[in-house]
Design a protein around this ligand. Structure first.
Ligand SMILES: Nc1ncnc2c1ncn2[C@@H]1O[C@H](COP(=O)(O)OP(=O)(O)OP(=O)(O)O)[C@@H](O)[C@H]1O
Ligand SMILES: [Mg+2]
Length: 503
């Protein structure tokens, strides 16, 4: 039996093609070009264009795609076809002109005469009753290129095309909206895990954003629990080194030999227990970031070794003479004031300048008390979700108590407070008693009065004031000095004096 070849009419093929387009989400522009191409080839038009509604344009429409129409002719042709296109847009009915020049309605339109247009087909693009545009096509050579017979096909085609176009526009606008929202969120914060909207935190975000893409050393200073490590991670994971390692080294309370071999590595046999060659953190973090936590606790010999690495950009493993080049960004943190440590002679000033190219400070929670509700809810979500808890929020009183407290342990203390409350609370809301917040100590004035009653001298009160400031500032001399309006050395002098008078 002979193969029977089935002829598929061009119009059917075109409908099939356009149906395919509906299902493939794509750029609106590419889609429009494709729609016009299918339409013009299937009815053998010479030229064509698609017009789409655009509220920002004066006539409410805009030419979006053209076929065989060089830019310099576009203005003309749009003028030429206005009468036809207007009619289509107004009535929502297609127009087919078998012989344009002879047409009673349009034949005398100047344009048709001047451009010698023979046949025209123009179909509306409609979604339900709404006109979203039109497809215009014409023919300059033959009369009768387009006939009324083409109408059913053109209508079916334009209905499908309209759906495809609307889908693509909808998809594009969703995508634009999505990226806009993402940008806005980035602007609000940009660092997902660091919560805060107070001016102090905004300033911190600003500083972090500015230092992301350079390699300068960063020294983060802030009280315990203010998020120094969080900031260090944000600097690494939002910057250009994010695909390389981030390594953290806690520098406090470790014996020098251990610290040295951790940081710089060692050769096998360099000391008892060094059973293999081992690269140090500087080498492992190559290309990435090394976070030196509690850098103020480094001994003077490690400080000297560290300074050398930072100056040379090279490390030597313990017990080895070979030098290795390393490219590591240093982010360090301290809750002690390194300036104070320099003054006390326990921290090298030259190392300080190497580490502190860009200073960043994390504000204590009491200086951004307006962030407390935000943080409290953030931690509530975190802990309640994990436990599938019934807890929905906080009572007004609880929020008030939290905002009245001075949070010496900062965000970490708040976090622990909420975690405990989530376990303890049986109600829907966490109340002030669930928080177990110690009320502030008696005010200073009360202490003065007590001392005054005991006949205290001015010197005595001076000491009370200074000690109170130091206690509130976790022993931070710089901050206490600022608060009291005196110099740091004045405080140091007094401390020595009191030490001697009260062994
Ligand atoms: N702004 C913040 N938003 C959300 N969580 C925070 C924020 N600041 C701190 N935290 C959380 O509080 C805890 C303490 O933070 P982190 O360890 O970074 O503080 P730190 O300044 O390094 O403290 P320390 O000096 O004691 O080492 C962490 O669990 C951290 O996730
Ligand atoms: Mg820390």
């Amino acid at each position: 039996m002979e193969d029977q070849k089935i002829e598929i009419p061009a119009s059917l093929e075109a409908l099939f093609e356009i149906a395919l387009q509906i299902n493939s989400i794509q750029e609106a522009e590419t889609l429009l070009d494709r729609v016009l191409e299918i339409a013009t080839t299937s009815i053998q038009a010479d030229r064509g264009y698609i017009l789409l509604s655009n509220e920002e344009k004066s006539d409410g429409f805009e030419v979006k795609s053209t076929f065989n129409l060089p830019n310099d002719q576009l203005g003309d042709i749009v003028n030429v076809s206005t009468s036809v296109v207007h009619r289509v847009l107004q009535t929502g009915d297609p127009v087919i002109l078998y012989e344009a020049m002879e047409d009673k309605q349009f034949g005398l339109a100047r344009s048709i005469v001047v451009q010698k247009i023979r046949s025209i087909a123009c179909v509306p693009l409609r979604i339900k009753r709404r006109q979203i545009g039109a497809i215009y096509m014409d023919c300059l050579t033959d009369r009768g290129r387009f006939k009324q017979d083409n109408l059913p096909f053109l209508e079916a085609f334009s209905n499908l095309a309209a759906i495809a176009i609307e889908n693509a526009r909808f998809y594009n606008s969703l995508r634009a909206e999505n990226s806009q929202l993402r940008k806005e969120i980035q602007q609000i914060n940009g660092f997902d895990e660091i919560i805060g909207q107070s001016p102090a935190m905004r300033e911190l975000f600003d500083v972090i954003t500015r230092l992301l893409d350079n390699d300068a050393s960063v020294l983060i200073h802030g009280e315990s629990g203010t998020g120094k490590e969080l900031v260090a991670r944000a600097i690494h994971y939002n910057g250009h080194r994010k695909d390389k390692p981030f390594l953290a080294m806690f520098c406090g309370a470790l014996p020098d030999t251990l610290l040295e071999s951790e940081l710089f590595g060692h050769k096998k046999g360099a000391f008892t227990g060094a059973n293999t060659d081992k690269p140090g953190l500087f080498e492992v973090a190559d290309g990435g970031t090394l976070f030196l936590d509690e850098v103020g606790d480094l001994s003077s010999s490690i400080q000297t070794a560290l300074l050398r690495v930072l100056q040379e950009g090279e490390v030597k493993r313990v017990g080895e003479t070979k030098v290795r080049h390393v490219d590591v960004r240093i982010v360090s943190a301290s809750n002690k004031s390194l300036e104070d440590l320099i003054e006390e002679g326990v921290f090298r000033e030259d190392l300080y300048y190497r580490l502190n190219t860009i200073p960043v400070s994390t504000p204590p929670l009491r200086d951004r008390i307006e962030d407390v509700p935000l943080l409290a809810n953030f931690f509530l979500d975190k802990y309640a979700k994990g436990r599938r808890s019934h807890i929905k929020g906080f009572t007004h009183e609880a929020i008030e108590v939290m905002q009245g407290y001075h949070w010496p342990g900062n965000v970490r203390e708040l976090q622990n407070t909420i975690e405990r409350a989530v376990v303890m609370t049986s109600d829907d809301l966490i109340g002030k008693n669930d928080l177990k917040i110690k009320l502030p100590e008696k005010p200073l004035a009360h202490k003065y009065r007590k001392s005054a009653e005991r006949g205290a001298t001015l010197k005595h009160v001076e000491r009370l004031v200074v000690e109170d400031a130091l206690a509130r500032n976790n022993g931070n001399v710089t901050r206490s000095a600022q608060e009291l309006g005196v110099s740091r050395s004045w405080i140091h002098l007094r401390l020595k004096e009191w030490e001697n008078s009260n062994p």
